[in-house]
Write a protein that binds this ligand. Structure first.
Ligand SMILES: *[C@@H]1O[C@H](CO)[C@@H](O)[C@H](O)[C@H]1NC(C)=O
Ligand SMILES: *[C@@H]1O[C@H](CO)[C@@H](O)[C@H](O)[C@H]1NC(C)=O
Length: 549
């Protein structure tokens, strides 16, 4: 997480950043093809990357979206696809069910958390502090990952423990002798030793404190060549490395990066994240950039080690490279992030996350042309209190998200459509009044600074009359999440509809997005269906297509 003070420093300083610099490959393998940063232009912040055999796994924070803590998989550190979520249901209290207008979890929930694999028991551990008070442990055992070169035969996440202590911004380490440790805390960095199962604390102590009370957080813990390392961030500009012969310290500190330029213009500095090695022993640092309105996106750079065990980022013209050689040459691939989801199968793909825990009795995958059936789950006039809004990350820098809807079973008072989801939101959708169907573009859907609903929306434009029996209505959200962080430039989103899937009309004015970081999560595409009068209506989401523009 970030603290306001750090951001104010950042805002005044990085306005003068220049764009990424051309590549100098002389020190690197000329035969390799290159990749471009960011490898995946999507909002996957507070990351940790691990490797088992040929497979890399990447965990990320998700706040009040559910399921939480997705895991992305890659074979080359560049092409990533989500394969599971470590926290299938946010088991942190009623507010994570979008319980009421005053009992909601916006911006709370899963903050910087940790993922590790313990090979002695074939168990993945996810651990995170929620609401500053408790630490939740979820585990997946019997995955066969070690045996199968990193491939997981089935993810079987279980709530393993709740510790009545906050391991704030924690990073797990499984030591060579199988002892589990957790580094955590802010400014004062702590290390805890866990019990045999990794489900309770044996002891903990402070191992490092900044000399000038500088704010640091985001611990990642490693054991490499006999040294213990704790990587921490000084948000949102710097990454530090603490190094010691013992997990308990004393730790020496060196700065890994400080206000490093590149690779994108109008984005923040690469920081936080973690390091991982390839099978052939090369090391990489995967950090993230503040890239609002798009959220926080990963960037990858090689690291080298000094003879006395300090990592150094391989820079290009003294900046984070826009391109580097591919970390791994492999024929193994993962699915592309763009394309069409027609909601087949028995479960939603891991590209999807609900706004808070969904009411599982109000949606189902029906198969065939029916896709995803969304029944209204809440009677409200407040978009931000309506359950079962389904969200999808936006791929940058520009893309469209198109939902194909059957609206023929909506009921009087229902609202359904395609949203641009965040604390300052807008949508194109259908408002059913009696038997009439109004196609509208709505803006002024705003949360206030405390994440209470401030405004419940204004109809900014109305479209033509739509037949109430319409079984194919395409609604498109076209977003530009080119970073404009710390600038007054407002990127815009436009809303479109089609009744035949080929002829498109824009509805309403271009919507200016906020660049503010305080909501943490970047803008997302979303589909929703809620009632303002009574439950009973439904829409079928027959497909979703995300396309780069
Ligand atoms: C299992 O994990 C331990 C601790 O990280 C490590 O020392 C060991 O090399 C690993 N064994 C295998 C077979 O990967
Ligand atoms: C609430 O909305 C109004 C009107 O859009 C705006 O002027 C005000 O700043 C908002 N208040 C907060 C706390 O966000």
């Amino acid at each position: 997480m970030h603290k306001l003070g750090a951001y104010l420093v950042l805002l005044t300083s990085f306005l003068y950043l220049s764009a990424g610099s051309p590549l100098a490959t002389n020190a690197l393998d000329q035969r390799a093809t290159t990749f471009t940063n960011p490898p995946l232009w999507e909002d996957y912040p507070d990351l940790e990357v691990i490797r088992i055999g040929d497979a890399f796994y990447y965990t990320s924070s998700t706040f009040a979206f559910s399921p939480g803590a997705p895991i992305l998989k890659s074979y080359d550190l560049v092409n990533w696809t989500p394969v599971t979520h470590s926290v299938p249901t946010l088991n942190f209290g009623t507010k994570y069910n979008l319980n009421s207008a005053t009992d909601r979890g916006y911006v709370k929930g899963i903050w910087a958390s940790s993922l590790r694999y313990r090979n002695s028991t074939d168990t993945f551990y996810w651990m995170g502090c929620v609401d500053g008070s408790k630490t939740y442990v979820w585990t997946a055992s019997g995955t066969n990952a070690l045996k199968n070169n990193g491939e997981v035969s089935s993810w079987n996440w279980k709530a393993a423990a709740t510790l009545s202590k906050c391991y704030y911004d924690c990073g797990i380490l499984v030591d060579d002798d199988d002892t589990m440790y957790v580094a955590y805390g802010s400014t004062k960095i702590m290390v805890a030793q866990l019990n045999k199962d990794g489900t309770a604390e044996v002891k903990s102590q402070q191992v490092y404190v900044t000399s000038d009370s500088a704010y640091i957080e985001g611990s990642r813990m490693y054991k490499i060549n006999g040294y213990y390392y704790i990587f921490v961030t000084k948000p949102a500009n710097e990454e530090w490395v603490l190094k010691s012969k013992s997990p308990w310290g004393p730790y020496e500190m060196k700065v890994l990066v400080a206000s490093i330029a590149g690779p994108l213009t109008n984005a923040g500095y690469a920081h936080q994240g973690g390091i991982v090695d390839t099978r052939d022993g090369k090391w990489y640092y995967v950090a993230f950039l503040d890239s609002f309105p798009g959220g926080r996106i990963p960037v990858v750079a090689p690291i080298t080690w000094t003879s006395d065990g300090w990592p150094q980022v391989v820079k290009v013209d003294n900046a984070w490279g826009k391109t580097y050689p591919m970390p791994v040459q492999t024929s193994k691939t993962v699915p592309a992030p763009v394309g069409t989801d027609s909601f087949q199968g028995t479960a939603l793909s891991d590209e999807w996350e609900w706004n808070h825990n969904p009411d599982t009795s109000k949606f189902r995958l029906v198969g065939g042309a029916g896709g995803l059936l969304l029944q209204t789950a809440t009677v409200t006039n407040d978009f931000f209190s309506a359950r079962n809004t389904l969200t999808h990350r936006i791929i940058g820098p520009k893309s469209s998200g198109t939902f194909r809807l059957d609206i023929s079973k909506m009921k009087d008072g229902d609202r359904a459509g395609a949203a641009l989801f965040r604390d300052i939101a807008a949508y194109i959708g259908v408002q059913k009044e009696g038997t009439a169907v109004k196609l509208v573009m709505v803006n002024n859907l705003n949360l206030d600074a405390n994440w209470a609903t401030n405004t419940t929306g204004t109809v900014a434009a109305a479209g033509p009359t739509i037949d109430s029996g319409t079984t194919d209505l395409w609604l498109r959200v076209q977003a530009d999440i080119t970073p404009a962080f710390g600038t007054s430039t407002q990127r815009t989103t436009t809303f479109w509809y089609s009744t035949d899937g080929s002829k498109w009309s824009q509805l309403g004015p271009a919507f200016p997005m906020t660049n503010a970081w305080q909501f943490f999560t970047g803008y997302r595409f979303a589909v929703f269906n809620f009632a303002t009068k009574a439950l009973g209506g439904e829409v079928a989401v027959k497909g979703f297509t995300m396309a780069k523009l």
